[in-house]
Design a binder for this molecule. Structure first.
Ligand SMILES: Nc1ncnc2c1ncn2[C@@H]1O[C@H](COP(=O)(O)OP(=O)(O)OP(=O)(O)O)[C@@H](O)[C@H]1O
Ligand SMILES: [Mg+2]
Length: 252
């Protein structure tokens, strides 16, 4: 194990590469004489930058007990890779939890608790250190433009122009996750308890989270209803859902 990593986590006893790997990183569980950690490593420009952002968010949240996320332990940059160390959390992603059960009542209860957790995040007091200068959507469109120009996205220039010209009317900005799919929340004891993959957590448009949260339930009215039993703030319109999920999300 890398020396700098061991300075943080202690002497390695075992490294387990996780079965569930992310798309932009490699994740392993590290067991040491001090405890159990999650090592998340990235190797490419854009993904290393996201990983660094994730580290900064987790570090700022270390002393916040309103938003449930893993605990931050350290971030290390090497020549060709970046590594984030956080607490290893016992839990499985909501995607896996939903795949693991055929029981509709259990599925509904999981989805309802996802809605509830997101509702809590959107209602929580905003954290000024996670704020940014410009309007969130303007900033996302600017990033998208950069990714198009540097050929780092599947989204097209034409699609982006459409998004720039058709911004939805603004709503109150709140704490958002920024990539709130069923892959990025963990289930513990039958409840969605924790946010992971928090590089995009900031003050922004709650409709983006809401749209990504329900994207895998679209077309299933029962699941959508279960989500909104937990998420009580506001229902995105079909147009808003299209804008955020089919539109903006394509660029990230
Ligand atoms: N703190 C943690 N404790 C336990 N398991 C974790 C933790 N963080 C992540 N995992 C596991 O690792 C997997 C990948 O993590 P994550 O979603 O952060 O990376 P990613 O998907 O590569 O990121 P991205 O969405 O940017 O591609 C998760 O699906 C989850 O199973
Ligand atoms: Mg992820």
């Amino acid at each position: 194990m890398n020396k700098q990593i061991e300075e943080i986590v202690g002497k390695t006893q075992k490294v387990n590469r996780l079965d569930e790997q992310g798309c932009t990183s490699e994740v392993s569980q590290i067991i040491t004489d001090k405890g159990c950690y999650l090592l998340k490593s990235s190797f490419e420009g854009k993904y290393r930058e996201w990983l660094m952002n994730e580290g900064q968010v987790l570090e700022k949240l270390n002393h916040n007990n309103q938003i449930p996320v893993p605990k931050y332990y350290g971030f290390i940059e090497e020549r060709d890779s970046s590594h984030l160390i956080m607490s290893f959390e016992d839990g499985i992603t909501l995607t896996s939890a939903l795949n693991n059960t055929m029981d509709i009542t259990e599925k509904n209860s999981l989805i309802r608790s996802f809605g509830h957790l997101l509702n809590c995040l959107h209602e929580t007091q905003t954290i000024e250190s996670l704020n940014h200068k410009n309007d969130w959507l303007t900033e996302q469109l600017r990033k998208a433009e950069f990714y198009v120009k540097s050929d780092q996205t599947e989204g097209s220039w034409k699609q982006l122009q459409k998004l720039m010209l058709n911004k939805p009317l603004p709503v109150q900005q709140v704490m958002i996750h920024g990539d709130c799919t069923t892959d990025n929340v963990l289930v513990v004891n039958g409840e969605v308890r924790l946010f992971i993959d928090v590089a995009g957590m900031t003050i922004g448009d709650p409709r983006y989270d809401e749209s990504l949260a329900i994207r895998s339930f679209m077309g299933n009215e029962v699941y959508i209803n279960a989500f909104y039993e937990g998420y009580k703030r506001y229902k995105v319109s079909k147009e808003e859902f299209q804008y955020f999920d089919k539109g903006l999300y394509e660029f990230f």
